[in-house]
Design a protein around this ligand. Structure first.
Ligand SMILES: Cc1ncc(COP(=O)(O)O)c(C=O)c1O
Length: 501
C-alpha cells in the first residue's frame, strides 16, 4: 500500500481499458492533473514506479513511460536512487492565479467588449444556435434527404486527386476563379443579373457578407433602414458594425419606403429581402423597388439585397432581383448556398457594384485569406456539371408540395385559429393567430409537444403597435409531409381545435 495521502490520491486515478487513449497516456494525464492541481505538493516524492504499477495493476513499463513524459515536460525530476519528485520550478516559475477576491478587481478578468458588440449580442436577448435537424416547423433548413450526397462525394474525392498545391495552398482571397465564374453564369441565367466574375466575392455564408459590408461601409451611429420585422442575423451583424437601425415597417408590397424617408431621410444603408421578405414572406413590388432605388440614390446610400432563398419560387415566374433592375450601382446583392445546397458549407457570395470591387479586393487580401478552397472547388464543379440546376429544379417541386401539404392541412384542421399564408416561394411562411391567442404562449405549448414555431415578435426590432396581428413563422422546406401532418395536429390541440389524443 502507498503511504500517506498518495494512497488516497491514487484511488482517483481511473484507467479505462476501452478508451482509445493508451494506458500510459491515461496515467500520464491523471498524474499531470494531480501535480498541476497541487494535490502532489512541490518537492513531494511520487510513489515508486514499482508500487504504482502494483497498486493500479499496470505493467511497470507503462508507468515508466508515463514518468518519462512527465520528466520531459519538466513536471517531475528523478534523482538516482531516491525516486521521482514534483519539480521545484512549479513553485518558482509558475504564474499564480490571483486570490478569488483579487480576481474581481483585475480589469481583464471580465472582458470589456466594444459597445457595439455588446449591443449586438445582448440588445435582443438570447439567441440559441441555429437548427441542425428539422422537425415541424423548423425554419432555415433545406430538405437534407433529397440532396445528392453520392454525386457530392464523387466530386469531393476527385478534387483530392488534383495537384497538392491546388488542394492545400492558400487560395485566391476573393474566391476561386472557377466558382466566381460559375456563380456569375448562374445569376445571369436564373436571377436576371448580368455581371462580371470579378464582381463576385466568395464569403463564409451570407452572414459573413453582412458583417463585411457593415464593417466596410458604416461608421458608428450611421442610420440603416431595416425591415421591421426583419432578418435576425443581419440585424445583429449590422449593429455590431455600429449601425443605428431605423425600423421601417413592411406591408403587402414590402418595405414602406415613404415611411423610411419620414423616419430617416439621410441614411447610409438599407437592408431588404425583396424576393421573400424575412419573416413575413411577401415579394417586394416593382414599384417599391424603384422607390427604394430612388431614395438610396438621393441619400447616397447603399442597399443590401439579401436573396437568401430567391431560387425557390413555385407560384409562377419569380420577379427579377432588385440587382437586375438597378441602374444606380448602389445594390450589393448577397446570396448563400445554405438553402440551395446545405448550411454546414458556410458558403455564400457577395456581388459588389463596380465602385466596391477595388476596396473589397484590398479588404479580402489584407484582412482575410478566403474561405476553404476545397468547398469552393466542389461547389464550382457541382454547378459546372449541371447538378446544381437539376437539384434546384427538384427542390422547387418538393418545396411546392410541402407548402401545399402545410396549407391544406392547416385549412382543414386549424381554420381561422391560424390562417396560414400561401407563399409563392421559399422554405417558410407565416400563420396569423386569431385575436385572443398569444404568440409566446402558443410557441411554448407547441415546444412541449416537440413542435417548433417562431413568434413574429422575435424578428421585431421595435415594439409593435397594439393592433398588430400576432403570428408564427412556420418552416416547411426541411420538414417531411408526415411531420407536417403531425405538426398541424399538435397546433390544432394547442389552439383548442382538437382534444389531445
Ligand atoms: C434572412 C436570411 N438571410 C441569410 C441567411 C443565410 O445565412 P448564411 O448564408 O450565413 O447561412 C438566412 C438563414 O437562415 C436568413 O434567414
Amino acid at each position: 500500500m502507498v503511504k500517506r495521502a498518495g494512497g488516497a490520491l491514487l484511488l482517483s486515478i481511473v484507467i479505462d481499458p476501452r478508451s482509445p487513449r493508451s494506458v500510459s497516456s491515461q496515467l500520464h494525464g491523471a498524474l499531470r492533473e494531480l501535480i498541476l492541481s497541487g494535490s502532489f505538493a512541490v518537492g513531494e516524492r511520487l510513489p515508486a514506479s514499482r508500487t504504482l504499477a502494483r497498486e493500479l495493476s499496470l505493467s511497470r513499463t507503462t508507468v515508466i513511460e508515463a514518468f518519462d513524459r512527465l520528466t520531459a515536460e519538466g513536471l517531475i525530476e528523478s534523482r538516482v536512487g531516491a525516486g521521482a519528485f514534483v519539480s521545484r520550478t512549479l513553485d518558482t516559475e509558475r504564474p499564480r492565479a490571483p486570490p478569488r477576491e483579487a480576481a474581481a478587481a483585475v480589469p481583464m478578468a471580465t472582458p470589456q467588449l466594444s459597445r457595439t458588440m455588446t449591443q449586438a449580442v445582448s440588445r435582443f436577448g438570447d439567441r440559441s444556435r441555429l437548427p441542425t435537424e428539422a422537425r415541424a416547423f423548423t425554419t432555415a433548413l433545406p430538405a437534407f434527404e433529397a440532396f445528392p450526397v453520392a454525386q457530392w462525394a464523387r466530386l469531393s474525392a476527385r478534387h483530392w486527386r488534383t495537384p497538392r498545391h491546388q488542394v492545400m495552398g492558400y487560395g485566391e482571397p476573393g474566391g476561386q476563379a472557377a466558382l466566381r465564374q460559375a456563380i456569375a453564369l448562374h445569376l445571369r441565367a436564373n436571377r436576371g443579373i448580368s455581371c462580371d466574375a470579378q464582381q463576385i466575392f466568395i464569403v463564409g455564408g451570407a452572414q459573413h457578407a453582412f458583417h463585411l459590408v457593415g464593417s466596410m461601409l458604416l461608421n458608428p451611429g450611421d442610420k440603416v433602414w431595416f425591415e421591421n420585422p426583419g432578418a435576425i442575423g443581419a440585424r445583429n451583424s449590422l449593429i455590431a458594425a455600429g449601425a443605428d437601425l431605423v425600423p421601417v415597417p413592411v406591408d403587402e408590397h414590402g418595405l414602406r419606403v415613404a415611411e423610411g424617408l419620414r423616419l430617416a431621410p439621410t441614411f447610409r444603408l438599407a437592408f431588404v429581402t425583396p424576393s421573400h421578405q424575412q419573416p413575413l414572406g411577401m415579394v417586394m413590388s416593382l414599384q417599391r423597388r424603384f422607390e427604394l432605388l430612388q431614395a438610396a440614390a438621393q441619400a447616397g446610400a447603399w442597399i443590401i439585397e439579401d436573396d437568401y432563398d430567391g431560387e425557390f419560387s413555385f407560384g409562377g415566374p419569380p420577379l427579377p432581383t432588385l440587382k437586375s433592375v438597378d441602374a444606380t450601382g448602389l445594390v450589393i446583392h448577397v446570396g448563400t448556398f445554405s438553402k440551395s445546397l446545405f448550411p454546414s458549407l458556410r458558403l455564400g457570395y457577395l456581388l459588389a457594384p463596380p465602385a466596391l470591387v477595388q476596396p473589397l479586393d484590398a479588404i479580402m487580401s489584407r484582412l482575410m485569406h478566403g474561405v476553404p478552397t476545397h468547398t469552393q472547388a466542389v461547389v464550382a464543379d457541382f454547378i459546372g456539371e449541371g447538378h446544381f440546376a437539376a437539384h434546384i429544379r427538384r427542390m422547387r417541386r418538393l418545396y411546392a408540395e410541402r407548402h401545399e401539404a402545410l396549407c391544406s392541412a392547416a385549412a382543414a384542421q386549424l381554420g381561422e385559429a391560424l390562417e396560414v399564408e400561401r407563399s409563392s416561394s421559399g422554405l417558410h411562411t407565416v400563420g396569423w393567430l386569431r385575436a385572443g391567442h398569444d404568440e409566446a404562449a402558443v410557441v411554448s405549448a407547441a415546444a412541449q409537444r416537440q413542435v417548433t414555431v417562431s413568434p413574429i415578435a422575435r424578428y421585431a426590432i421595435a415594439p409593435r403597435a397594439a393592433g398588430d396581428r400576432q403570428g408564427l413563422v412556420l418552416g416547411f422546406g426541411g420538414v417531411t409531409a408526415g411531420e407536417i401532418e403531425r405538426g398541424v395536429g399538435v397546433l390544432a390541440q394547442v389552439l383548442g381545435r382538437r382534444r389531445p389524443s
